[in-house]
Design a protein around this ligand. Structure first.
Ligand SMILES: [Zn+2]
Length: 246
């Protein structure tokens, strides 16, 4: 593991760029950036970017959930929205309070749904989750979030590789910023509303199998504290920095 300010990272960048120039192929194919925060930083955070993981299969689409592909963007697929209820293999949902399929569908336990309601959490709706035979689950709800308004600021770097600039085929000028976030996440303050759940206006990622470009998910400090207090598992947060529009 390297610190992000380790000079070796710049060396790796130079090697990677040279390898691509000479062989036309990437040398580094996988990396993970871990961001850790002090208790003070977590307490001072104004917004968190939420990841639910590990994800699980089968996806809703694998289990018969219908998507309106005819309405999706012909380049990136964004806009092919779910039609009707979410269908999942109920046995395959991890036994935790929040879980997300590789297709992006998010479910919450009835326990967490009740806790969010009791705490007055705003910005989401709950939809039914049907098992393969069409019977509605008593244990799970789909977490439904409205179309996102959050604008990532220009300080947020998006692309394919952490080590070398390269064309990003995921990018769709209308709907998708690019493959993935490569830096800390900066959000334009004026785009953040009062709710506890938020999504970015533009998505990230590519259509691949039943995977789709997805917006980034954000939660308020209030909802983060609820997750911690209620010992919700299988989620990670990054602190999102709020900045004025430049
Ligand atoms: Zn598009």
């Amino acid at each position: 593991m390297l610190r992000l300010d380790d000079p070796l990272i710049d060396e790796l960048r130079a090697h990677e760029q040279q390898a691509r120039r000479q062989a036309g192929l990437p040398m580094i194919t996988s990396w993970v950036v871990h961001r850790r925060y002090t208790a003070k930083e977590l307490l001072a955070a104004e917004l968190f970017c939420l990841s639910v993981r590990p994800r699980f299969y089968p996806t809703g689409e694998d289990c018969g959930t219908v998507y309106d592909e005819a309405r999706g963007c012909t380049y990136c697929g964004v806009g092919a929205n779910q039609v009707g209820p979410l269908r999942l293999d109920l046995e395959k949902i991890p036994r935790r309070d929040i879980a997300q399929t590789f297709g992006g569908e998010i479910v919450v336990s009835s326990r967490l749904a009740a806790q969010m309601e009791a705490a007055g959490i705003q910005g989401h709706k709950l939809g039914p989750v049907l098992g393969r035979h069409g019977k509605q689950s008593q244990d799970w709800f789909q977490l439904l979030l409205p179309t996102g308004n959050l604008e990532l600021s220009a300080r947020t770097q998006v692309g394919r590789s952490f080590f070398a600039p390269e064309p990003d085929p995921a990018r769709c000028p209308e709907h998708v910023l690019g493959s993935r976030v490569l830096s800390q996440i900066h959000v334009e303050r004026e785009s953040v509303g009062e709710a506890d759940w938020h999504c970015s206006r533009l998505a990230l990622g590519e259509r691949f199998g039943t995977g789709r470009p997805e917006p980034l998910l954000f939660i308020s400090p209030r909802l983060y504290r609820l997750f911690v207090e209620k010992k919700v598992k299988r989620f990670f947060v990054e602190v999102a920095r709020l900045s004025e529009r430049q």
